[in-house]
Structure formats: C-alpha cells, structure tokens
Design a protein around this ligand. Structure first.
Ligand SMILES: [Zn+2]
Length: 337
C-alpha cells in the first residue's frame, strides 16, 4: 500500500514533512523505496541488471517550482501505473526546507556545496542535505552494472529571464568527450543552447559526472515562480522528453548537426572580491545578454572586467552574492570538441 495517496502525493508528503524513516513497498508493477525526505527510488518489479540508471534531481533551489511539479507529475503517473517504468529511477526533491519557505535556500546555496564543498559550511542545513544527497546518489550509481547508462538531469529554473529561455550546463568532463547523444536528447526536450563548463565545480551535476561518469547535465528551464504560478505548457518539452526517457519510449533522434545548437563556454568568472564590487548591468539584465566590445562589465576596487571581442555574453549575474563568490560568468561561443 502506497504511503502517498493521489491527493497527498510524493511532493505533498515531502512538503508536509511526512517522511518517518526509510520504507519499501510495491505496487502491481513497481518496487519503491522512500529512502530519505524527498528521495524516492523506483524500479520495475521485473527489473533486470541491464536497465539504465536515471537520477532526476530538482528543487536543489527551493523556489524553482516548475521542474518540481513536472517531476512530481511523472512520479504520480508511474505510481498510478498509467505510464510504464523502463529504468531504475531515483527522484530527489533537493531542498525541502527551502521549498517549504518558497526560498532559493535558507542558509547557503546548495548548488555550491557538492563535490565535498559541504564540509566548508557545516552550520548550513544545505550542507547536511548536500552530503546526504551525495551519499544516496553514490549508492545508486555504484550499484549500476558496468555498461548500463548512468544519467543525471538536475532540473532548475533561473532567477532572471534569458535571451535563450531554456539552456543546459554541461559540467566539466575531466577530459571525456561531450556526447552528441546528450545534445540530441536535449533538443528533443526543446533545449538547444548549451554552456560547457571548463573546470570542476561544486554543483550536483559535476559531482555525479566526476565520480560516477554519469552523463550529467544541469538544465535551466525558464524563470522561477511560486508553486501554482507556473505555466506548465512552457515545460512541455522537458516533460515529454523525461516521460519518454523513463518509459523507454524515446524515438530515434535525428543526426547531429552543429548548426541547430548554440554552444558557449565559460571564459571567466566575475568574482566578488570586496564590498566595492559593482556590476555595470541593469538588475533586470537577462541571461545571455550580449556584452559589446570594450564595455566595463564590473569593477571591484582596482579590478576592471572589460568585455572583449563583441561575442561575449553574461550568465547568472548576481552582485548580491557573498565575498569571494561568483557574481556572474562571462561566456563566449565555442565549438563542441
Ligand atoms: Zn537553480
């Protein structure tokens, strides 16, 4: 018997704090494990060891509600048996404490605390949670037999609007090639803009990519709005692609053609070294806004960040971050290696 009824589903059970220790149960077709608050593992009852391992994480930032609602509705349909499951699926609602208060985070930005960085912020509830999610992700991917696909999609929405509404961040691959198949799958989710990270990061997707060689991506799917305020039609592409992925019904994807994708790489971070940091961009500036050649992007004491070449763009500008943190990324177009 499922501990969540349809009217009180996984998301609502999580928001209501109803997790009371790990438990397992079965439906007519699924084996389920409620492993931790906001963490549910699903597998077909007849699972074989050739199944792909798919991790869907969302709500790492608690106010990014649309992808939480998308994933929850997929879980509902799997539990109700209206959609088959053809993979081992681990679903994580990342930051329930922040989700309950409608906040990006309560103590510290969780997506700066993975890959061991949680040790640096022991007072933050997000640090304990990041460590817990790392462990659960590690257990999940370590159990994957050699040769099966390990996929991790970390689903977000952004603080601000974007010139390209939906985009993906491909974490640094430690030299492994970027996979065209991942871009083609993204395209099937209506995402054709990509940022390639060029160095390790304390993000969840880098953690699973680095440690378990998961094909991991951070997806930015639109603008953050409160629960109930989302126009879920704007998320139809990712909803469709994820449903096909977990139910094993992804159709053959077209051949890769670079001209269909906008690919950027990070040139450098705008680092806030002091309280004198001043960003010379409007508060309302959108992600991927072009930076004209010669423009002073930001100043920080004697440091000036000046746009060069005319093809650079700004991503994630946020002058309100703490000292020593990234207040934006300057990116430029690149070719996939
Ligand atoms: Zn986010």
């Amino acid at each position: 018997m499922t501990p969540f009824a349809p009217a009180r589903d996984f998301l609502h059970a999580t928001l209501e704090g109803r997790f009371a220790g790990p438990r397992q149960w079965q439906t007519a077709t699924l084996s389920l494990q409620w492993l931790a608050e906001g963490v549910l593992a699903l597998a077909p009852l007849d699972a074989t060891d050739t199944l792909d391992h798919v991790l869907l994480s969302t709500g790492i930032h608690g106010n990014e509600t649309a992808p939480i609602e998308v994933v929850n509705s997929i879980v509902n349909d799997l539990l109700a048996g209206v959609m088959p499951l053809r993979c081992r699926l681990l679903v994580m609602l990342g930051n329930p404490v922040a989700m309950r208060s409608g906040a990006r985070f309560t103590d510290y930005d969780m997506n700066r605390l993975f890959n061991g960085a949680h040790i640096s912020q022991p007072q933050a509830q997000e640090a304990r949670r990041a460590a817990e999610l790392e462990q659960l992700a590690a257990d999940f991917f370590r159990a994957a037999p050699a040769g099966v696909q390990r996929l991790h999609y970390d689903l977000h929405t952004a603080i601000r609007g974007s010139v390209f509404e939906k985009f993906a961040i491909y974490p640094y691959t430690d030299g492994r090639p970027h996979k065209r198949e991942q871009l083609l799958w993204l395209e099937s989710a209506d995402v054709s803009t990509l940022l390639l990270h060029s160095k390790p990061a304390a993000t969840f997707s880098y953690y699973t990519s680095h440690h378990f060689h998961a094909d991991a991506l951070t997806l930015e799917l639109g603008k953050a709005r409160p629960f109930g305020d989302n126009d879920l039609a704007r998320f139809a592409g990712i909803d469709r692609a994820l449903r096909r992925l977990v139910s094993g019904s992804t159709p053959p994807l077209p051949a890769y053609d670079a001209s269909r994708f906008a690919v950027f790489h990070a040139k450098y971070d705008l680092v806030k070294h002091s309280e004198q940091f001043k960003l010379h961009l409007a508060d309302s500036v959108e992600n991927f806004t072009a930076l004209p050649h010669g423009m002073t992007i930001a100043e920080d004491g004697d440091i000036r960040y000046v746009a060069d070449g005319g093809e650079e763009r700004i991503l994630f500008p946020n002058p309100k971050v703490g000292i020593g943190l990234r207040a934006g990324i300057v990116i430029s177009p690149c070719q996939l290696d």
